[in-house]
Ligand binder design. Structure first.
Ligand SMILES: [Zn+2]
Length: 152
């Protein structure tokens, strides 16, 4: 949920939404309604979601889990579904992280915490690394905090 900076009529009808966009020369549908999100990255907000996400799901289809929505027009005010596409690379990375298969993202933060808290017995690290399809160095670097430093 995103805090809406604009106390407009909610929920909007589709006609409201069309009425709140301004079509630019590039064919962008610039959102004239509320904006929200981090101060320096204000983005359209529709029904308490980012406008690009709402527009994509409304006119195109479901967004892959965890994907960002990119603008082919580079116009963050735009909600024209023709200009929106999910960032599938990003979605793939998330997918791989969740399955522990990616070379640079083998562990989720929760796993890092759990594995660091675990008392490892002799041979267990090698067995665990084999089971996960990672090297023992990858595992011990993470456990010793040489990697995943940002996980507290
Ligand atoms: Zn656009």
């Amino acid at each position: 949920m995103i805090k809406n900076s604009h106390m407009g009529r909610i929920p909007y009808t589709i006609d409201d939404i069309y009425g709140m966009t301004l079509v630019s020369d590039d064919g962008c549908w610039e959102w004239m309604g509320g904006y929200g999100g981090p101060r320096h990255k204000r983005r359209p907000v529709i029904h308490q979601r980012y406008g690009s996400h709402w527009a994509y799901e409304h006119w195109v289809g479901p967004i892959p889990d965890g994907a960002h929505i990119l603008h082919s027009c580079d116009n963050n005010r735009c909600i024209n579904p023709d200009h929106l596409r999910p960032d599938t690379n990003y979605a793939n990375i998330i997918d791989m992280m969740e399955h522990g298969r990616h070379a640079t993202a083998q562990f989720t933060p929760d796993e890092v915490r759990a594995l660091r808290a675990r008392k490892w017995k002799r041979g267990e690290m090698a067995a665990y690394a084999r089971e996960r399809g990672i090297t023992q160095t990858t595992l011990s670097d993470m456990l010793r905090g040489r990697t995943y430093r940002w996980v507290a």
